[in-house]
Structure formats: C-alpha cells, structure tokens
Design a protein around this ligand. Structure first.
Ligand code: LLP
Length: 426
C-alpha cells in the first residue's frame, strides 16, 4: 500500500510536495489530499475483490469535494449518496446515474423526485413508509423505481456505538425478521422493481469477521430473493473498512477483508457492490494547521492551533484519535500537551496529553487521517470560515476548494432593519 505522506529531509511531504510549502502558498487550515494514494486504495480494493463480480462505489459522505469525486469516478468508482445534495454533487461531478445508489433512512419527497429525474441504479429503501412514498412518486413521474431493501442483520461490528449501524437497536434498515414481508409489500407496488439487497453494518471496522458473519447470516435470504425476483441482481454489502488511526491499529486491508468475505459470496452469481468511504480517502488526507500560541496553563501545556473542532469534529464527537506530527520535525524531546483550537468550548481539542516535540508559534502541524469525515463534517461554528482543500497528484498540487471568506459566511443572510438594508447594500 502506497504511503500517502512521507517525511523527506525532516519535512512531511505529499506526493513530492512539501506540506510546509503548500501551507505557505495556500494558507491554513489546509486539507491536503494525495490523489495518487486515493487511486491506489481504490485499485487495491477492486483487485482484492475481483475474484467475484464486484464493483466499488464510494460513500460520498466521507469526502464530497467535486474534484475527489471526479478523481474516483475516473477510476471507475460508482457513488453512494444519502441526500439530494450528495446526489447533486455526484451528478455535477459527471457520474452517470447508472453508477449512483441512493441510501438513507429519511429521503424526503423532494429528494426522491430529484432522483427520479434520472435513472439511478437503485434506491436502498429502509422502511415500508418509504416504499409507499417511492411508489407514489414513481407513479407521478411515470416511472418504475428500482429498489434494494436494506437489511439490518443484527451484527455487532465492534466499533464506536455512534458508527455502528447494523444492530437491532439501530435505526437503519429492515429488521431481519420483517424483511420478507417488506419484500412482499414491494412486490405488490406497481411502480417499484426489486433489484437487490443492501446492508451496511457500521464504520471503522478493523476485524474481517463482522461482514463475513453478516453475509453468512443473510445468504439463505439472498438465495431465496434471487429465486423469487426475476431482476434481483445486486448485493450491496456496504462499507465500513477501518483504517489505521493509531500506530498500533491493524487496518482492515483489502486482502484480509476479501479473505473473509469471498467464501461467503462464492457461487451466488450476483453483482456484488461495496460502498466504502473512509477506506478510500481517510489516510490519504491531512489537515495542516499553524501553531498560534504555546501556552502553559495551571495544570497543562497547550498548543493552540488555527484549526479547531469546526474543521475536524471527530475527536470531540467520537473521542477519536488522530496522529499529530510537526510538519517540520524539530527533533526535540516529546512532552505531553493538549493540542487545541480557538473555539470557546473545553471539548475543542485534537489531542489531550499527547507527547509532542516542542513546537514554536508560526510552525505547522499535520493532523493525520483527515481525508474522510473531516471537511465533510466541518462547520462554521464561531463564524470560522472553512479551510481550503488541495489535491495533489502527478499533475501537481491544485486548489480544489478555495478558503471561505467572512463575506461568504454572511452571504445568505438578510438584515433585520430596512435602513441597514440600504446602508450595507444587502
Ligand atoms: N454506506 C452507508 C449506508 C453508510 O451509512 C456509510 C457510512 C458508508 C457506506 C461508508 O462507511 P465507511 O466505509 O466510510 O465506514 N462520521 C463518522 C462515520 C460515519 C459513517 C456513516 N455511514 C466518523 O467520522 O467516523
């Protein structure tokens, strides 16, 4: 597996470009993605599952920047979307509808209508209410909508409880015991065509067992559905492959994943689909941030950065661990510090009590594994503009999203007083 970021002459580089230089050129906070590594992850996964007829889709929620979608689509990736907005992005990125699936537990009528303007591969439906709504809207659009039903296989993916999705108590999918009845119902609706089954059991899964267990559990059902529905041809097994956040993590590499799932898929004669997000981009991105201050508190030492929880929510939301390294190594002794942002919340930290080389204000840190669920979960809290994004590949380093300005942040607002209206030219 290609390393996405390498130290050269003491400075962290991305595909031959110094992160220090990039931060000086494009400013910070800066998300930097290694496009070569993203292609490497995609091709590696595709190769590993190639013994069966398998396609790799990308979960757009992990990183929905158009350039990233285009890069992946160019490799042959399809797109898994969970909102009208993500569908819009995928279409704007030029992804053909046939390579788009629409998942999600709460699709609105407007989103479904928008999807029905084209011919997406299928809707992954999660409730009877959604089946009925989709049927009605397909009727109004004069169409038949292709559907896969999402099963909740009640498997414990052994991950953080906020990102576990395939257990009975989770809101996702049809209950294992009730899904046959749901397929019966779908069969009765004239404007739906059953084409497959969908599952996604959770995220950041490091063992290769949960997917295999889920597949073993659903296989009799899949075989039955294949017999029953003439056009049943897709088995979408979701995403969830975990990456290395901590040095000691064993990432779920494609070979180990394939080894466990391929035997469960053998002989099924279906089009298998995967829809990972994190695996394809997670370790291919970093968040570069400038040290603003180093401050000694009463009990702790703080490194205060220009990036904050609004740029990377994961530590605050999931107590997630992200490696943090000085972009230019100082070689100094490591002492425990809290790496924090400027936001007025005590929970605004990237790391607590983390041994870090001594760093000076004005130097840069890289928060690793910020390619997935970083920018896409960023907010403007504290009226902080979201950072710029740079994509690096064989053609060089390109700005793929400019930094937001303060003006961007109020652009959608309307003033309260009329006089101000004129004065400020709203
Ligand atoms: N398919 C479905 C239906 C999903 O809900 C998800 C992720 C994926 C695929 C992609 O999962 P992945 O391969 O990336 O694990 N914000 C959290 C992760 C939430 C994942 C939600 N669903 C985080 O930062 O860890």
């Amino acid at each position: 597996m290609m390393e996405a970021f390498l130290v050269r002459d003491g400075v962290l580089h991305c595909a031959g470009h110094s992160l220090e230089r990039l931060a000086q050129e494009f400013g910070s906070p800066l998300y930097v993605y290694n496009g070569l590594a993203i292609k490497d992850r995609f091709q590696g996964l595709k190769r590993a599952v190639s013994p069966v007829d398998a396609e790799v889709f990308f979960a757009v929620k992990a990183n929905s920047t158009l350039a990233v979608l285009q890069l992946l689509a160019g490799q042959g990736a399809g797109m898994e979307v969970v909102s009208g907005g993500e569908l819009y992005r995928a279409r704007e990125a030029g992804v053909p509808d046939e390579r788009i699936v629409f998942d999600g537990v709460g699709k609105t009528a407007a989103e479904i209508r928008y999807a029905l303007e084209g011919e997406i591969r299928f809707f992954a439906v999660e409730s009877v209410g959604e089946l009925n709504r989709l049927n009605q809207l397909a009727l109004e659009a004069g169409r038949r909508a292709r559907v896969s039903l999402r099963i909740n296989p009640d498997i414990d993916p052994q991950t953080h409880r906020y990102i576990s999705t395939g257990k009975r108590e989770n809101k996702f999918g049809f209950d294992f015991g009730g899904i046959r009845a749901a397929y019966d119902h779908a069969d009765e609706l004239d404007h739906l065509e059953v084409v497959g089954l969908h599952m996604h059991i959770g995220s950041q899964i490091l063992s290769n067992q949960p997917h295999a267990q889920a597949l073993a559990k659903i296989r009799p059902l899949v075989e039955e559905l294949k017999e029953r529905f003439a056009n049943f041809r897709y088995l979408d097994i979701g995403g969830g492959l975990g990456i290395r956040y901590r040095p000691e993590d064993q990432p779920l590499i494609p070979e180990r994943f394939a080894e466990a799932i391929l035997p469960e898929l053998a002989g099924l004669d279906l089009q298998v689909m995967l829809e990972p997000g994190r695996y394809l981009v997670g370790d291919c991105g970093v968040l570069v941030t400038r040290v603003e201050y180093v401050k000694q508190g009463g009990a702790k030492r703080f490194v205060v950065c220009d990036a904050a929880m609004n740029d990377l929510m994961r530590p605050m939301m999931y107590q997630a661990y992200h490696e943090i390294v000085p972009v230019r190594a100082t070689g100094g002794e490591r002492t425990p510090v809290d790496v924090v942002g400027a936001i007025c919340e005590t929970g605004d930290f990237f790391a607590e009590d983390r041994p870090l080389e001594a760093v000076e204000p004005g130097t840069f840190l890289a928060v690793m594994c910020a390619g997935a669920y970083a920018f896409t979960m960023a907010s403007n809290y504290n009226t902080r503009p979201r950072g710029a994004e740079v994509l690096v590949d064989e053609r060089g380093a390109r700005l793929v999203r400019r930094r937001e300005t303060w003006a961007d942040l109020i652009a959608l607002e309307r003033p309260y007083c009329e006089e101000q209206d004129e004065r400020q030219g709203f």
